[in-house]
Design a protein around this ligand. Structure first.
Ligand SMILES: Cc1ncc(COP(=O)(O)O)c(C=O)c1O
Length: 379
């Protein structure tokens, strides 16, 4: 973690609100993932924080990428655009997955020239891909239990296990190549059983496909969901890795290529925000601090990501239960109704750690307040 002294120095130097990206923390998270899940190729889910500098650092670490829109694809492509055409093509095939199951036809037409892997989960999408991106490789997105995940995804995405092989065979009949299966157990999954169930379901689909004559699948994409260490209730990553490694080795022969799409696990720890107290009031006996960052900005994850980010003070002293509000004129702009903070004055800085994922990425210009300035350290 960046020291409190350095955070305050950066805030004084650059102004607030400030969003600080620590590339050492990013590299460390990537290496931890690789170390404990050595069989897995890591596709960073760009949506968690699409900052080109983050993509660049992970590219230099040897990461692969999960993109979900054409602009995200182009952020990654920027790093390989000077490679010779054949090499570039191979890199895309090996290291990018377009993991948004539903794609506009215009996107498919643009993607076709790059020949990436794309996910799908229904018949309509097979027809669209056949017509607009026949060069793409296909990966079936399977619906799996998201029990207890902070962000549930299974009601929007995924073919049910009962229809999975029918869809694989339909795609094959349409002349498309289905390379494998993907799933997502829900973001910030602290219930490791979700992975166990999803891996077992996937193994069953592989087997059913083989029994019904489809033997071309060689890839399993276990998605994202790996929990960031937001608090002490999150069990260590090593424990989850052990569970996953055991199931992978039990269920999937070595020839099956395993990939994952972590977003939050890599990005969360890389981000720290610093804001300034711009106002203070006492309402119903409770101190309320107004700061110059809020839920329309770096704290957008409070709304979109169902995430809480404790607000900390640099100042020491006896604390009381306070509210922290964002700067806009909207009553929804509540960072927290319950923070233990010391007595702060206008101009004092506050900060939040582990705020790198789904935060600055979904900041808006609402109410005329621009997103926080971004500063990269240890790049
Ligand atoms: C298809 C897909 N892959 C990966 C991710 C990243 O998930 P996480 O940030 O939980 O690792 C998401 C997040 O929504 C997703 O939709």
């Amino acid at each position: 973690m960046i020291s409190p002294t350095r955070l305050q120095k950066l805030a004084k130097e650059h102004g607030t609100p400030l969003f600080i990206v620590d590339h050492d923390a990013l590299r460390k998270a990537y290496r931890t993932f690789r170390k404990h899940l050595p069989r897995i190729q890591v596709y960073y889910a760009v949506k968690a924080n699409p900052d080109p500098a983050i993509v660049r650092t992970l590219f230099q670490e040897g990461a692969s990428f999960d993109v979900a829109s054409m602009p995200e694809f182009m952020i990654v492509h920027e790093n390989i655009k000077r490679l010779p055409a054949k090499e570039r093509q191979e890199w895309i095939w090996d290291k990018i997955i377009y993991a948004n199951p539903t794609k506009p036809t215009e996107t498919l037409e643009e993607l076709n020239q790059y020949k990436p892997l794309v996910t799908f989960d229904n018949l309509e999408e097979i027809q669209k891909i056949k017509q607009h991106a026949p060069n793409a490789g296909l990966v079936l997105r399977l619906k799996v239990p998201n029990t207890g995940a902070m962000v549930e995804l299974s009601s929007k995405f995924g073919a049910s296990p009962g229809e999975a092989v029918d869809l694989i065979l339909e795609a094959d009949k349409a002349g498309l190549g289905v390379e494998g299966i993907s799933f997502h157990v829900g973001s910030q999954t602290t219930n490791f059983e979700n992975y166990v169930q999803a891996l077992n379901l996937s193994a069953n689909i592989f087997q059913e496909a083989r029994e019904r004559g489809y033997t071309k699948m060689n890839l399993l994409d276990i998605g994202g969901g790996f929990p960031a260490p937001y608090d002490d209730t999150v069990k260590p990553f090593e424990m989850l890795a052990k569970v996953i490694n055991t199931e992978l080795d039990r269920l999937f022969p070595k020839e099956i290529q395993i990939l994952a799409e972590p977003g939050r696990f890599l990005a969360a720890v890389s981000g720290t925000s610093v804001a300034k107290v711009i106002g203070k009031a006492v309402r119903d006996g409770k101190t309320c601090y107004y700061i110059n960052d809020g839920v329309y900005h770096t704290y957008s994850g409070v709304i979109f990501d169902h995430c809480k980010y404790p607000v900390k003070a640099f100042k020491k002293g006896p604390t009381s239960l306070c509210s922290v509000f964002g700067p806009t004129c909207d009553a929804l702009d509540v960072v927290s109704m319950a923070e233990n903070l010391p007595d702060l004055q206008r101009g004092d800085f506050v900060y939040s750690v582990n705020i790198g994922a789904y935060s600055h990425a979904s900041a808006t210009y609402f109410n005329g307040f621009p997103p926080a300035k971004v500063v990269h350290v240890n790049q």
